[in-house]
Design a protein around this ligand. Sequence first.
Ligand code: VGL
Ligand code: ZN
Length: 210
Amino acid sequence: MNPEALLLIDLQNDFLPTGALPVPGGDQVLPIANALMPRFTQVFATQDWHPANHASFAANHPGKKPGDLIDLDGLPQILWTAHCVANSPGADFAPALDRSRISRIVRKGSDPRVDSYSGFFDNGHRHATSLDADLRARNISSLYILGLATDYCVKFTALDARQLGYTVHLVLDGCRGVNLQTGDVDAAIEEMRRAGVLITTSADIPTSPR
Ligand code: VGL
Ligand code: ZN
């Protein structure tokens, strides 16, 4: 059988409750990631990896504040507090994450002009990361996805994976969301479900290595 991969989304310091762009309860998914990694032969991890002049940072738009919505080259863009600046401590993986088990790291969001919630493409779907090619090279056609944040990077990664033809399992207890608006996380889960994403929990993933 083709190997299945575990895909860890943005388990980085700035998304923890103590970080620059805190995701409530974000630290609670780290033990779940650690417990699941030994069950997979292939563990991929994404990192949000922005330059300091990134267009998603409110500080780079005079008069704007975090949470504001702008038009960025024709795409709607929510402005965020500066986060995950490349090579800064905030962009590092959470110390509690067992990074020794990560087989491949994919960085995204490095183009200052466009955001990249998905691990596969920028938000305009103009440029691809290496993720799809890396998975294909290993004959991986089924993904188990968890991480931060449910309503942004997890959702966009899962939807792109479905569009690319992968079987996608969302590990629900391994995800936490931002919920900028009440109900965003629930709506994101429903959108993924409608796209054919299979919703599961870590307890339902068998312990034998896959
Ligand atoms: C994310 C907002 C901005 C995420 C990244 O990882 O979900 N959210 N950049
Ligand atoms: Zn970001």
